[in-house]
Design a binder for this molecule. Structure first.
Ligand SMILES: *Cc1c(COP(=O)(O)O)cnc(C)c1O
Length: 577
């Protein structure tokens, strides 16, 4: 795969402008909550590596996403992270106005440059309403990621979409091939484009040709396979916030049903290209949105970001081209098993040391270590491993020891997610003396980097078909860590039994069956994984190596971005403003 030879846009042009409510640029910049923001950051890092002219647009989130604290029973409390935009970002002089209810709100922006392997950089603009010209309430619009009520959320989405487009123009970007909406939060950018399209004559004059003009420039990625996961706003609130004329346009375009504006419907309506984030998710989304054509581009992760230093060193030694072109990871099949194991031992030691530093708990580097981490929310079933503690104890007695490392935040309002964390703490207490279980607080990029690379297997137990993709197993794969996972999301594509890991359950077409899945998970551990780990060392390390070659070479952000270029950005569509 190569991107050279494809004509690019001139200097003022962008291949894509990436709009996302969260963009994870750095562990110390708490403007992201999880998967969606990490994917956005990894996409832009890949664009920088591949010399693609692109920008990212997001909100500043001055008060960030919360920090997680857990007491000795696993009860979660939250605090505001302290961070100073000045330390990481550069304030730019451009300002834009966005009309909100009965007033104009001023928006400024901060810039971060994502630098690629070869020096090309991709700017990310963080929109910020905290200006003395704005009312005290308006100054807080861009403060909290996923905080506040419906009104606050609609104000945020109005700023993201409707200030983002004029900011790009103010920065001189007139030719933009694709406006990419990463999830429906930024769908109001279509209204901003429609206002450009009908400039001087008013939105009420919009024709179907104008609508098509907007559609030709927009691309939409949906991430949520459940209907209730899509943003909706009551029409009264929309009318009050956006005004009569804009609301009428949304109604005329069938984006409002049963008295609510659905942001996914809006994004679908005005996009020339729509995709889900795995093959399975495409199928589920097609059933959810029957009137739209939906494609699939399976997620990937940014390889250098998610590869531990010890593995970076052996890749640099054996396949130095891997940084420029991740496909070279295919040739990891030629790396000696002893080198793979040595790199893994180092990554595992790093994790063990970090866990001791953070918690005082000392894990045993020689013991099979199971890692699991994700947002604590019911469908992710974070605590499924601990369903039958007797069985776990028996496995350990009969086959060999295990230890478990967990992490994940629950959204402050997600009570069942919080309860799942407490259940893990209860299980840990009951397993004391038999199976060490560590729960790391405040899951973030830095924790994920250590965790995904330092464990021996990665466990993922979502309730199918609700995992749109999942990405942490991909991070693990880049470090030779095989997955034990329910066949859902990306794992349906990445799973080759005994070669890249192991499946849980009896295939992906069947209904979810918790009891059968639990049995299958324990059976795989007892009869396949632990015996291989403890008694057939070389066989286990071979599986680690083929995990890198098969899944590291494919489930990376370079492959993903090249697919976006071929299927979404460069295909069709006018680049004129
Ligand atoms: C990768 C990552 C996620 C997303 O993991 P999934 O497997 O896609 O659910 C969430 N939070 C952090 C900190 C991550 O690094």
């Amino acid at each position: 795969m190569t991107t050279s030879g494809v004509p690019e846009l001139p200097a003022d042009g962008l291949t894509f402008a990436y709009f996302s409510m969260e963009i994870a640029i750095d562990s110390a910049v708490p403007t992201y909550s999880g998967g969606l923001g990490i994917l956005a950051g990894d996409t832009l890092r890949a664009a920088a590596d591949l010399n693609i002219p692109a920008v990212g647009i997001t909100l500043l989130h001055r008060k960030g996403y919360f920090r997680q604290h857990l007491d000795s029973t696993g009860h979660q409390s939250e605090s505001e992270p302290a961070w100073s935009p000045e330390r990481f970002l550069e304030l730019i002089p451009h300002r834009v106005l966005v009309s909100l209810v009965d007033r104009q709100v001023q928006v400024q922006a901060w810039r971060y440059l994502v630098r690629g392997e070869s020096g090309h950089s991709v700017p990310v603009y963080f929109l910020d309403t905290n200006l003395t010209e704005n009312s005290p309430a308006d100054r807080t619009i861009t403060d909290y990621l996923y905080g506040g009520d419906n009104r606050y959320r609609l104000f945020q989405e109005t700023v993201l979409g409707m200030a983002g487009v004029p900011l790009l123009r103010a920065l001189g970007y007139q030719r933009i091939r694709a406006f990419h909406m990463n999830e429906g939060h930024s769908a109001l950018l279509t209204l901003a484009l429609m206002e450009e399209q009908t400039w001087g004559r008013g939105l009420q004059t919009a024709t179907s040709a104008d609508e098509e003009g907007v559609r030709q420039r927009c691309v939409f990625t949906t991430h949520t396979p459940v209907a209730s996961g899509h943003d909706e706003f009551p029409l009264d609130l929309v009318r009050q916030t956006l005004g009569e004329e804009r609301t009428n346009l949304l109604i005329r375009n069938q984006c409002c049903e049963n008295g609510v504006l659905n942001m996914t419907t809006l994004a679908l309506k005005f996009s020339r290209y729509v995709n889900g984030v795995s093959m399975r998710h495409e199928e589920v989304s097609r059933r959810l949105f029957t009137n739209h054509s939906i494609d699939a581009i399976t997620n990937g992760v940014h390889a250098p970001t998610w590869t531990a230093p010890s593995f970076q060193r052996i890749y640099d030694r054996h396949i130095p081209e891997w940084r420029r072109d991740n496909l070279y990871l295919r040739y990891a099949v030629g790396i000696p098993l002893t080198d793979i194991w040595q790199a893994h031992k180092e990554a595992k030691q790093e994790l063990v040391t970090e866990i001791e530093r953070r918690t005082g708990i000392r894990l045993e580097p020689g013991v099979m270590t199971i890692g699991l981490a994700r947002r604590a929310t019911p469908y992710k079933r974070l605590d499924l491993l601990f369903y039958d503690l007797e069985r776990l104890r028996r496995i350990v007695r009969q086959v060999g020891p295990i230890q478990v490392v967990c992490a994940g935040k629950a959204h402050p309002r997600d009570e069942s997610g919080k309860v799942a964390i407490q259940r893990i703490f209860e299980a840990a207490a009951r397993l004391q003396g038999a199976i060490p279980v560590v729960y790391l607080e405040d899951y973030d990029i830095a924790v994920a980097q250590r965790l995904c690379s330092g464990v021996d297997i990665w466990l993922n137990t979502p309730q199918k078909p609700q995992e749109a993709s999942g990405t942490s197993g991909m991070k693990a794969a880049l470090n030779g860590v095989p997955s034990l996972s329910i066949l859902d999301g990306w794992w349906i594509e990445g799973h080759v039994e005994d070669v890249t890991g192991w499946s849980i359950g009896d295939g992906w077409r069947t209904e979810t069956d918790r009891q059968a899945e639990v049995e299958s998970m324990y059976d795989k551990l007892e009869f396949v994984i632990l015996p291989t780990f403890y008694q057939r060392h070389n066989a286990f390390v071979s599986i680690m190596r083929s995990t890198i070659a098969l899944n590291g070479s494919y489930f990376n952000a370079q492959r993903m971005l090249i697919q976006y270029l071929q299927n979404a950005y460069r295909r069709g569509g006018s680049i004129q403003p």
